[in-house]
Ligand binder design. Structure first.
Ligand code: ZN
Length: 280
């Protein structure tokens, strides 16, 4: 364990030599996982993890994209889940899933995301039209939005079909999943399908910004006493009034925008700060 810390510290020291300073080192600078037992520490939006594992960049039913970002890390429970999800993709003949950002090797704040910190979040793109590609080819892919917001009645486009719906259903049906975030128009499209069992719809939650990918969030795994679980999703399939409230209403004038003052990020959980301090 100490050896692993030493190796990481040496890697950081090399980076400092290349310009970063000890004081400015952040979770984004840490190239490998923290040693120790697998534990998620903190909350989804303010946390980190030890004992992380890398998702193999090629697996049955999936391929990791944009690997140069080094964001294919997670709690081993997430890696197990994604490998099982890929097996399901292959078994059901849904194509090859494009796996985007998971987490940094030790989690922590990550640019471009409000969460993806605990090792339990993963983005899966909705494109299923691409073959197996070289690592280089996977670096410069274009995301395709599947939602047309040009009218008040937001609708999914022809780029969202049954195969994408089945892919989301596959993930949402796994009991390890706490929430899945999709654009409200995607949730509505899922609600409009006549599924034989609709219970999986409950964990699919509307959230803006998820129109070219969906976001999978696992519940806190066993053995992580410092993992703060999010409140349970409300009962029911979530296809009624709450979903409708996400859509614009032509009869309701848009609320006046109020200026927001940027919030100070909360302090890191003590366990995460202690991890980071080993590299300072
Ligand atoms: Zn995400």
């Amino acid at each position: 364990m100490m050896r692993a810390v030493l190796v990481l510290a040496c890697a950081i020291a090399l980076m400092w030599g290349a310009g970063a300073s000890a004081q400015s080192v952040t979770f984004a600078d840490i190239p490998g996982p923290a040693p120790g037992p697998a534990q998620s520490i903190g909350t989804y939006t303010n946390g980190c993890f030890t004992g992380g594992a890398a998702l193999p960049i090629d697996g049955v039913g999936y391929q990791v994209i944009r690997t140069s970002r080094n964001r294919y890390w997670g709690h081993p429970a997430l890696i197990d889940f994604l490998e099982d999800f890929g097996q399901g993709m292959a078994r059901e003949g849904l194509g090859v899933a494009l796996v985007g950002d998971l987490n940094q090797p030790m989690g922590g704040p990550i640019s471009g995301h409000a969460s993806h910190e605990l090792g339990l979040d993963a983005d899966i793109w909705l494109r299923l039209d691409l073959p197996r590609m070289s690592v280089g080819q996977r670096e410069s892919l274009s995301a395709i939005s599947v939602v047309d917001t040009s009218t008040y009645d937001w609708r999914v486009t022809d780029d969202f079909g049954l195969v994408q719906a089945e892919m989301i259903r596959l993930a949402a049906s796994d009991p390890r999943v706490g929430r899945i975030f999709v654009h409200p128009a995607i949730k509505r499209a899922m609600c409009e399908i006549n599924w034989p069992d609709r219970s999986f719809l409950r964990v699919i939650r509307p959230w803006f910004g998820h129109d070219s990918h969906f976001h999978i969030r696992l519940t806190c795994p066993a053995g992580s006493p410092e993992c703060r679980i999010q409140s349970a999703v409300p009962p029911g399939d979530g296809c009624g009034a709450e979903l409708q409230s996400w859509f614009p209403d032509p009869n309701r004038p848009p609320a006046p925008s109020t200026p927001t003052t940027p919030r100070q990020p909360p302090p890191l959980p003590a366990g995460c700060q202690a991890l980071l301090n080993q590299f300072r």
